[in-house]
Design a protein around this ligand. Sequence first.
Ligand SMILES: [Zn+2]
Length: 137
Amino acid sequence: MAIPILDDLERLIVEHGSATVRGDHIALLREQREGLEKKVADLQSENGSLKEEIRDLREKLKTAAPPNEFIKYRGVLFRRLPTGVIEDAVYCWKCRGPMVSMKRHMPYQCTACNITADFTVSWLPEIMKEAAMLAPK
Ligand SMILES: [Zn+2]
């Protein structure tokens, strides 16, 4: 047979205890929620800054000059191909047009600008190696 006052006391302890535990749990959850809300706000702010930076960099990229693929050496230009290899050709420093070596034993010359290099086809492989070393990829 239950004693009414003890039932009431037990109910009080259970309810009071549960309320305390529930209160602690709610406080913990509230703390976690506040932490997460702050984290979300920080990430949104960071994301906004990064989006702005990307937009600025894209704008800069649009107006940026293409990478200088030409290497100036021995009074002429050599061109580095996208593969990193120096092209087997000589270009004029002034008009960037191809230069030719008449009959392969005359110095390279730009027929448009009348600029003449100080070397011929036979020196080209050696000079290309020197040019490649001057401007490593
Ligand atoms: Zn030229």
